[in-house]
Write a protein that binds this ligand. Structure first.
Ligand code: HGY
Ligand code: MN
Ligand code: MN
Ligand code: MN
Length: 400
């Protein structure tokens, strides 16, 4: 086992939380390319250098801490949701840093570290690792805009002074990502470690209904072309139409809605919203897309509205690499006997994209109350350290 230092690990994790700390609890506001995100990345780069790793920003803000020669790669992301928890992504980056520097200090195997940019999808879905892995062409990414209309190209230019080339993925032998579970399974069963079997697939699409903006007092109900009423009808209809197709593990979410002009005395002329759906079967995701397109078009036609679909972003479901999985399983057996289990990931991770480049595997620790993507997200210290120790057990097995 690599002799990791839990105190140093926890201290760095808390320091990272200081960038964008917000809310009453431990939450953070550190979306990709925000001031807090950029400051955090500069701090991480300095910490990587202190650990004897070479800091390297690529053209899209992914930050690596490179060991010399071929190495294992470990990490996650350090951007957050607009209202995020302190561990989502940060845990995987800081645990990787601790393993890499403890390995170096003790003459262990070389480990490189990475913090991917925009995993949380301000511009889409796991943007930084999607570009690095070739899933998302850079030219397409540069055309993406966030919900406020700000472009990816302009945002990544903020780090242009620091940026080098894309890193050659051929220098890495595999990728390990430690993450909080972000769901209730481990917490509700007293589990301390989850070894991930596979990661679900996702589709995410922007949908727009355009009607007629008009006066809310004088426009008779039967003459309205109300974009909000269309959105409301769509949400009800879609649930009914999915019922024969989905399983209890399938999820779908309308998480972002913008009404125009969003005023109480105006019939909404436009509704723009995000439609996201996730499942372990690519066929089911495709089938759901057909239903979404059909229902939206029926709803628009019935109200004489026009309808448009934005680009659909998505990632296929992926299985973890057997050899890396087995090393994590063995580590879990050592660190948390009787308190570990295997489970799928319903959340998305950079590991999905990296599976196009190299063998990958993932490890979970519990989320208290199953809460994440919220300021209230947290994990017991013992569990954070247990996750670190499993990595410390697994890494020497993978480097022999
Ligand atoms: O949404 C996700 O699953 C990821 O945390 N961005
Ligand atoms: Mn995450
Ligand atoms: Mn997240
Ligand atoms: Mn008036």
């Amino acid at each position: 086992m690599i002799p990791v230092n839990p105190d140093r690990f926890l201290q760095d994790l808390h320091t990272l939380r200081g960038f964008g700390a917000a809310g009453l609890g431990k939450g953070v506001v550190r979306p990709a390319f925000s001031e807090a995100d950029i400051a955090a990345r500069k701090w991480l780069a300095a910490r990587f250098a202190e650990a004897g790793l070479t800091p390297h920003f690529d053209p899209v803000g992914n930050l690596f801490g490179l060991a010399e020669g071929p190495s294992l790669l470990m990490g996650s992301h350090s951007d957050s949701q607009p209202e995020g928890g302190w561990l989502d992504g940060a845990l995987g980056v800081i645990a990787a840093l601790e393993v890499a520097r403890a390995a170096r200090d003790s003459g262990g195997p070389p480990v490189s570290v990475v913090s991917f940019q925009d995993e949380e999808g301000r511009f889409g879905v796991t943007t930084g690792s999607a570009i690095w892995s070739g899933t998302l062409p850079l030219a397409e990414a540069d055309a993406l805009v966030d919900h406020a209309g700000i472009g990816f190209a302009a945002e990544r230019a903020k780090l242009a002074d620091l940026a080098g080339d894309f890193v050659d993925p051929g220098r890495f032998t595999g990728f390990l990502e430690l993450h909080i579970e972000q769901g209730p399974t481990l917490d509700s069963t007293g589990g301390q470690i989850g070894v991930v079997t596979d990661i679900v697939g996702i589709r995410d699409m922007r949908i727009t209904f355009d009607g007629q903006q008009n006066h809310a007092g004088t426009t008779p109900m039967h003459l309205r072309r109300d974009a909000f009423q269309a959105l409301a009808a769509f949400t009800a209809e879609i649930n009914a139409h999915f019922s024969g197709v989905v399983t209890p593990a399938t999820v779908w979410t309308i998480g972002h809605v913008a009404l125009h002009p969003n005023a109480s005395s105006i019939v909404a002329g436009r509704a723009v919203f995000s439609m996201q759906w996730r499942d372990g079967s690519a066929e089911r995701l495709d089938r759901m897309e057909e239903i979404i397109r059909t229902v939206a078009s029926e709803v628009a036609d019935a109200r004489d509205l026009s309808l448009s679909f934005g680009p659909m972003l998505g990632l296929q479901p992926v299985a973890m690499d057997r050899r890396l999985f087995a090393a994590l399983e063995e580590g879990a057996r050592q660190v948390a006997p009787g308190r570990w289990q295997i489970l799928p990931s319903g959340a998305l991770h950079d590991s999905t994209n990296l599976s196009n480049l190299m063998p990958v595997a993932m490890l979970f620790v519990p989320s208290i109350g199953g809460i994440s993507h919220a300021f209230a997200e947290d994990t017991a210290e013992d569990d954070l350290v247990a996750g670190l120790r499993v990595l410390a057990h697994a890494v020497p097995r993978l480097s022999g």
